[in-house]
Design a protein around this ligand. Structure first.
Ligand code: FCB
Length: 446
């Protein structure tokens, strides 16, 4: 039976990340992160901006919580800045940094909002990068210690933890493609980083459980389903390879299946070094899998050689202002594929959203009909997915408000709320007002 109601106790949330919102990068003892360094390198950020002030949430977190409240959301996903807590990565702990997250957590709980905490959303202390970053095993130990400190401080109040956000971005996008910090171009190194991220995830799972009796632990993967651009065998093979490298490479080790063999062979001598016990560590049982879904990939390999990526050519589809194809069917395909083939008891959609150039009306309102439509279409698809038996427990929109969108600076707006970066005033957009009604009704409304 088709209804428009979501399951009872569904989590309705919005997501952010420390570097994208906090600002105050030099305040209260915070150390330098790789993103501070990256931003100060000319040409890396489209707008030339830095993480200061972003949305100044280090000082304005109460306004953020008020926005969540205004939208009736019962969950908030945010991340902890490692350099705020352990400024040089593996040395002394900065109490003032921890105090900030105390305030955020207490503020959320006081308004009945469940905190979902990501331990690593990309802001590695620069001091650790200087010693090799995620390519060095020492960083894994430092990450365990940092996580232990955070969990001991917040674990009496925070139950939902995520070890990593999007290891594909942290490894491949940042160390092979070079688009994100630290901006390297080395595939072998990137694959070693990917492996270490997964191992560090597995190392931290028991640490969280130890420090937090009721912990619910997960990891967040960005998954992009691949579709062949044409029916040619070359395109089909390309789609399989893209799927293996982008999705299975991260998912399968976590699910205890090791690295996908075809991809392993295809990477040749670039494959990572694996130490005895690593694969068992990575496969530590988790309580939920976090999925970030934005779009699909259309795989094309006209010459039968190295493949290239194309946007959809089969039918007319809409693109967001980042040129990301709007393809809600991909969400259904991805999640039902996961539900059929893997045994995750709980899945949470930890990010989904769209970037559009918003115009502020003379009366101050923002009519972001395209974003609203994007969210509507994806939530309708999510409902279909749930009705077909996939255990999706929550949905987090990216993002609570427009913020510092990595290499795009503040030029790419994903928010449910509009941020005026001159005044830092936040105003709910039409999509945010609508999303709030959906959350209140726990049902898809028009
Ligand atoms: C994801 C990131 C998030 C945000 C969105 C648009 O890859 O996790 O921080 O930048 O994309």
């Amino acid at each position: 039976m088709i209804s428009h109601v979501f399951p009872k106790d569904f989590y309705w949330g919005a997501a952010t990340a420390s570097f994208q919102i906090e600002g105050a990068t030099k305040e209260d003892g915070r150390g330098e992160s790789i993103w501070d360094r990256f931003c100060s390198t000319p040409g890396k950020i489209l707008t030339g901006e830095t993480g200061d002030p972003a949305t100044d949430s280090y000082h304005r977190y109460a306004e953020d919580i008020a926005l969540l409240q205004k939208m009736n959301l019962n969950a908030y996903r945010f991340s902890i800045a490692w350099p705020r807590v352990v400024p040089d990565g593996d040395g002394s702990v900065c109490q003032k940094g921890l105090d900030y997250y105390d305030r955020v957590v207490d503020g959320l709980l006081a308004t009945g909002i469940t905190p979902f905490v990501t331990l690593y959303h990309w802001d590695l202390p620069q001091a650790l990068q200087d010693k090799g970053g995620w390519a060095s095993r020492a960083t894994l130990d430092a990450y365990v210690r940092f996580s232990d400190v955070v969990v001991h401080r917040l674990g009496d109040r925070v139950k939902y933890w995520m070890t990593h956000n999007e290891p594909w971005c942290v490894s491949i996008l940042s160390n092979q493609i070079g688009e994100h910090a630290p901006g390297l171009h080395d595939r072998k190194l990137a694959l070693q980083v990917a492996h270490h991220l997964l191992v560090s995830h597995g190392m931290v799972v028991p640490v969280i459980r130890q420090g937090c009796a009721e912990a619910r632990v997960g990891i967040v993967l960005n998954m992009v389903p691949s579709y062949p651009a044409t029916d040619s065998l070359a395109d089909q093979a390309q789609a399989r390879q893209d799927h293996a490298r982008f999705n299975l490479w991260f998912l399968d080790p976590i699910a205890g299946r090791g690295y996908p063999q075809d991809a392993w062979v295809g990477y040749g001598s670039d494959v990572p070094q694996i130490l005895p016990g690593d694969m068992e560590t990575i496969a530590a049982p988790i309580d939920y899998l976090g999925i970030n879904y934005y779009n699909r990939q259309v795989s094309h390999n006209p010459a039968g050689g190295e493949g290239s990526r194309l946007l959809n050519k089969r039918s007319e589809t809409h693109l967001t202002d980042r040129d990301w194809e709007v393809y809600p069917q991909g969400l259904y395909d991805l999640l039902t594929w996961l539900g059929r083939g893997y045994l995750f008891e709980n899945i949470i959609l930890t990010e989904n959203g769209a970037s559009y150039h918003d115009a502020v009306q003379p009366d101050g309102s923002i009519h972001d009909a395209l974003r609203l439509d994007y969210l509507h279409q994806h939530l309708a698809m999510l409902l279909r997915t749930i009705e077909s038996g996939v255990p999706v427990r929550g949905y987090f929109c990216w993002s609570l408000m427009d913020n510092f969108e990595w290499a795009f600076g503040t030029s790419s707006r994903f928010g449910l709320a509009y941020t005026n970066f001159q005044t830092q005033q936040r105003t709910l957009k039409g999509s945010g007002i609508w999303y709030g009604k959906v959350a209140r009704a726990n049902a898809l409304i028009d």
